[in-house]
Write a protein that binds this ligand. Structure first.
Ligand code: GTP
Length: 241
């Protein structure tokens, strides 16, 4: 019951926004606080980097993209950050729900934050437990690679960790490089699109997983509003100068 309530707080929009014939690919993005989860999701879906984001309460973004010539709807669930505490890991409920909902998971840490790297194994365990018999595809993203002077995690450590977890890894910078971010997410989408099974329409999916309703909220409207705010702030600054 709790699961249903939590997932419905993620949902906001209408099913009409997902064309019925499209396959739906569901990706959850999880990691420590402030590692750039929102920045990465927004970069992938819009090509843009905004810079300052509202503190993340866990938004769902939805977009139609081409994967190997097929039109698919990709839903990306951004999540609040996990934190390391004296008693282990503090994990918002939303993160566990999102992992259960997703077909694939992006694990994010920041190369400037050793603690966020140390969380990855525990977050991966969460994914493994949620997957049961079949662990979903996972990709490890080391973000903020542009902040060379603040680096606390060596470049080799990401691939080593990924190797031991059995997933692929990328070192990226949401702020500096769209291509790397796009490649990481796009590869994951390709991997999912290749998996067998009929296209999953919203109606079919409802029947398949009655306990976990599909989160429905593309927040593209929200993003457009944010872009407008940022642009108008820049215009105001330029006028003052
Ligand atoms: N220099 C640099 N800054 C980044 C990068 N990615 C994100 N940031 C900044 O890091 C801060 C946190 O980014 P968010 O995307 O809000 O991080 P988050 O993981 O979603 O944060 P929470 O949801 O609050 O845990 C923001 O100030 C971003 O501008 C990056 O690649 N390089």
């Amino acid at each position: 019951m709790r699961l249903i309530q939590n997932m419905s707080t993620i949902a906001e929009s209408t099913e009409a926004e997902i064309p019925d014939q499209n396959r739906v690919i569901k990706i959850a993005v999880i990691g420590g606080s402030g590692v750039g989860k929102t920045a990465l999701v927004v970069r992938f879906l819009t090509r843009r980097f905004i810079g300052d984001y509202e503190r993340n309460a866990g938004k769902l973004y939805s977009r139609e993209i081409q994967v190997d010539g097929e039109q698919v709807t990709v839903q990306v669930q951004d999540t609040p950050g996990a934190e390391m505490t004296d008693n282990g890991m503090s994990l918002p409920d939303h993160v566990s729900c999102s992992v259960q909902w997703a077909d694939a998971v992006v694990l994010v840490y920041s190369v400037t934050d050793r603690g966020s790297f140390d969380l990855i194994r525990q977050l991966h365990q969460l994914v493994v437990r949620a997957g049961g018999a079949g662990v979903p595809p996972v990709v490890l993203l080391a973000n903020k690679a542009d902040l060379l002077h603040l680096r606390r995690v060596d470049s080799q450590q990401g691939p080593l960790l990924a190797g031991s977890l059995g997933c692929s890894s990328y070192e990226v910078s949401a702020s500096e490089d769209y291509n790397q971010v796009h490649e990481a997410f796009h590869r994951l989408c390709c991997q999912l699109a290749k998996q067998p099974g009929p296209p999953v329409t919203p109606a079919a999916e409802k029947k398949r997983s009655p306990l976990i309703p599909r989160p429905k909220s593309p927040n593209m409207q929200d993003l457009k509003r944010r872009f407008k705010q940022v642009l108008s702030a820049k215009v105001r600054t330029a006028t003052l100068v």
